[in-house]
Design a protein around this ligand. Structure first.
Ligand code: PHE
Length: 450
C-alpha cells in the first residue's frame, strides 16, 4: 500500500504554487479578524513588538523545521514522526496536530460563515444609524442563518480538498491569493486617506508597555502559532508535497514574511478607519463584525461597497486557510489508513461541521469555562495550548532527537538561500523550548488565577 501511495503522491507543480499554498494557509482569519482585535485589546504597538519578536525567534525556526520534516519524509503529520523515529512515541505530536486541526476548523468555519453572511449584509447596505451590535447578535444568536453559512463554507472547503493537492489546493490559491492582496491594498488606501486617520496610525505604531501582562505574552505566542499555521503539522503536510530540490530557508522566509506583512497591513486597513470615524479599537472579537460595519456606514462614500470588499477579503483568506486545516486530517487518513481522498474529505468535513455547532451561542447558552463560551474554549485549548505545546515538542524533537546539526544539514540541502548556521541550533534547542515553556506556564497560571 505504501509503495503505491508514494508513487501516487502529488507534488506542487512549482515553487510559487507551494509558497502561495503555504502563505494561503498562514494568512487567514488570524491576520484580518484576530490580529487587529488582539492588538486592540493588548495596548496596540507594545503588543506588536512582542509579537514580531516571537515570530522571528520562534516562528521562523519552527516554520523551517516543519517544512523540512515534511519534505524529508513526504508524509502527513503523524506519518512523518513514525518515519523519523520508528518505535518511539513522537507521532503523538502529529496526532495532537490532527486533533487540533479538527477543533480549529470547527470554529473557524463558523466564523468564516459569519463573514460570508456579512458580504450579503453589506450588499443590502450599511447605513449610518443602523444598530450594528444588534445586527451581529441577531445573526449569531440565530441558528438557521449561521448553520447554512457554516454548511456552505464547509462544503466549499471539502470540495477543494476532495479535488486534490494540485487541482484543488494549488489551483484555488493561485486565484485567491492575488485577489486577497489587491482587496487588502484597496482597503488600506481607503482607510489611510480618511480625514483623521493619523490617530489610528499613532495608536498602532506607538508602544505603551504599561498595557502588557503575562497574559499578553500567552496571547502573543498563541497568536503567532495560529497565524503562521504552526504547531499542528500543517506545514509538515504542505511541505510533504514539495519536491526534494526545493529550498527550505527561503520558502519559509517568504511565508513568514507574507503572513506578517499582511497582518501588519490589515492593521493599517482597520485602525486608521476606526479612529478616523471615532470608534473604540478595544472591542474584542466584535471588532470586525460590529465596529467595522459602523465604520463603513459612516464613510463619506462607498461604505457598503468597501464593507462588501472587506468581508470578501475575510472570506477568501478563510478559505485558503481552512483547506490547509482539513488537509492535515485528510492527508493522515489517506497516507496512514489508505482511505480514498474524496471519502476522507466528506467524512471529516461532515464531522467537523457537527463539532462546530456547539459554538453557536444559542445551542450551549449557559456553558462557561474560565469565563469563556464554547468558542472561546475551543480557541483557548487549540490556539493557546495545543499549538504552542506542539511547537515545544517539535523543537525538542528537532533539537535533541533528530539533532539540530542534522536538521541544519537537511535544511541547507540543496545549497542556496538563507544559510542556516549554528544560530538555528541555538534557537531550536534553547530559545524556542524555554520561551514557549515559560510563556505557557506563566500565561496559564495568570489565566487560571486571574
Ligand atoms: N493561519 C490561519 C490563520 O491565521 C489559521 C490556521 C491555523 C491554519 C493552524 C492552519 C493551521 O487564520
Amino acid at each position: 500500500m505504501s509503495a503505491q501511495n508514494e508513487a501516487q503522491r502529488e507534488q506542487w507543480t512549482s515553487r510559487l504554487g507551494f509558497i502561495l499554498a503555504a502563505s494561503g494557509s498562514a494568512v487567514g482569519l488570524g491576520n484580518i479578524w484576530r490580529f487587529p482585535y488582539v492588538v486592540g485589546e493588548n495596548g496596540g504597538a507594545a503588543f506588536v513588538v512582542i509579537y514580531l519578536a516571537i515570530i522571528l525567534l520562534i516562528g521562523y525556526p519552527i516554520m523551517m523545521s516543519e517544512m523540512v520534516i515534511g519534505r524529508k519524509t513526504q508524509k502527513n503529520a503523524v506519518g512523518a514522526f513514525l518515519n523519523m523515529a520508528p518505535g518511539a512515541p513522537w507521532w503523538v505530536i502529529g496526532a495532537l496536530g490532527v486533533f487540533s486541526g479538527f477543533v480549529i476548523l470547527s470554529f473557524y468555519s463558523v466564523v468564516a460563515g459569519w463573514s460570508m453572511a456579512y458580504m450579503v449584509k453589506a450588499l443590502q447596505g450599511f447605513t449610518p444609524g443602523m444598530d450594528f451590535e444588534g445586527m451581529f447578535f441577531d445573526h449569531i444568536l440565530g441558528v438557521s442563518g449561521p448553520l447554512v453559512w457554516h454548511a456552505i463554507f464547509m462544503a466549499i472547503t471539502l470540495g477543494i480538498i476532495g479535488a486534490g493537492v494540485v487541482k484543488g489546493i494549488q489551483r484555488t490559491v493561485k486565484i485567491l491569493m492575488p485577489a486577497l492582496f489587491i482587496l487588502l491594498l484597496v482597503l488600506a488606501v481607503r482607510a489611510l486617506t480618511l480625514p483623521g486617520a493619523a490617530a489610528g496610525v499613532a495608536y498602532y505604531l506607538r508602544p505603551d508597555f504599561s498595557q502588557i501582562s503575562a497574559d499578553s505574552f500567552l496571547t502573543a505566542i498563541g497568536q503567532s502559532f495560529f497565524t503562521l499555521s504552526l504547531g499542528m503539522g500543517c506545514m509538515i503536510t504542505y511541505g510533504s508535497y514539495m519536491n526534494k530540490g526545493e529550498n527550505i530557508s527561503d520558502n519559509a522566509a517568504w511565508v513568514v514574511g507574507l503572513d506578517t506583512g499582511i497582518a501588519l497591513i490589515a492593521g493599517f486597513a482597520i485602525f486608521p478607519a476606526v479612529f478616523a470615524l471615532g470608534f473604540d479599537p478595544g472591542q474584542g472579537a466584535g471588532l470586525a463584525f460590529i465596529t467595522l460595519p459602523a465604520v463603513f456606514a459612516s464613510m463619506p462614500f462607498g461604505g457598503s461597497l468597501f464593507g462588501f470588499l472587506f468581508f470578501a477579503l475575510l472570506s477568501v483568506a478563510a478559505v485558503t486557510s481552512a483547506i490547509s486545516l482539513l488537509e492535515v486530517v485528510v492527508a493522515w487518513l489517506v497516507d496512514e489508513k489508505g482511505m480514498p481522498r474524496v471519502k476522507a474529505s466528506l467524512i471529516i468535513g461532515a464531522i467537523i461541521f457537527v463539532v462546530g455547532i456547539p459554538t453557536f451561542p444559542t445551542i450551549m447558552g449557559d456553558f462557561s469555562f474560565l469565563g469563556g463560551d464554547v468558542m472561546d474554549t475551543y480557541e483557548f485549548f487549540a490556539n493557546d495550548i495545543a499549538l504552542p505545546l506542539g511547537g515545544l515538542l517539535m523543537s525538542i524533537f528537532v533539537g535533541y532527537v533528530w539533532t539540530a546539526k542534522k536538521a541544519q544539514e537537511e535544511i541547507n540541502t540543496p545549497k542556496g538561500g538563507i544559510f542556516v548556521g549554528d544560530w538555528f541550533g541555538f534557537l531550536i534547542k534553547y530559545v524556542v523550548p524555554v520561551a514557549i515553556a515559560v510563556i505557557l506556564v506563566m500565561g496559564l497560571y495568570s489565566k487560571i488565577t486571574g
